[in-house]
Design a binder for this molecule. Sequence first.
Ligand code: AMP
Length: 273
Amino acid sequence: VKIFRDCASFLEFTKSQTETIGFVPTMGALHEGHISLMTRAKQENKILIVSIFVNPTQFLPNEDLSKYPRREEADIKICELAGIDALFLPNIDEMYNQDDPKVCAPNIRGFILEGFQRPGHYDGVLTIVLKLLMLTNATNAYFGQKDAQQLILIEEMVRRFYLPVKIVPCPTARDDDGLALSSRNIYLSAEQKIEALKLSKSLFCGAKLIANGLRNCKHIKEQMLKELLPLSVDYLEITDYELNIKDELVLSNTLLLVAARVGSVRLIDNLWI
Ligand code: AMP
């Protein structure tokens, strides 16, 4: 694996490629979810590039930036095993200057759900993703449906800024018990892991009600909420694929989204129906 830590040499590498480039941006502490994105990207491209960067601008002042798991050595091993060609591991000073221009998330869709709980989060996400997409010269970039709102906003940015890259959505990797894989899961104790299953159980309950013919979002949410209690729920919402909140849902255009806290660990999950 070629490892790059500075933008200039990385850009030289990416610009000199003549084959398709698949790109998987991550914040590290890699798990099977990340690996599933890498596997897909490797199948569909000649060159596979992964980035690991814990992006400070997407963390709010009260959030867990300094505590976010960092496991560089293990991550490099995982990237080697996944057969990636290049790993971009920049530090903060490489990615940001003072008084940099930045991307603003859309006023509405960037400030509901996650964006309401974490105002400014998506400005940070879109800014770093734009920089990384341009730096990697990616043909195809792979993002998890696990972060549904993030994926939708990135797709919208790519569309509206006419960026020359294809965004490829990838399904959420889960533990056998249903828990969505997340770098933050390592903070959960064994007991908390069981509590955390309430998120996926609530989503699966919603999916079952929908499979049984229920279309009224208020009624579905009432049932889903019962599965989540007594967790502290940040939001539980039903939207379409463009994040419009719905009263009545439509099949093949519905997202069930949940964010809840297990102890001090904030978890999100969703299902695309
Ligand atoms: P992160 O390192 O958490 O920023 O995630 C990097 C990429 O991996 C994002 O596109 C995430 O949506 C994706 N990802 C994270 N967890 C999962 C998962 N359990 N299944 C699939 N993709 C995931």
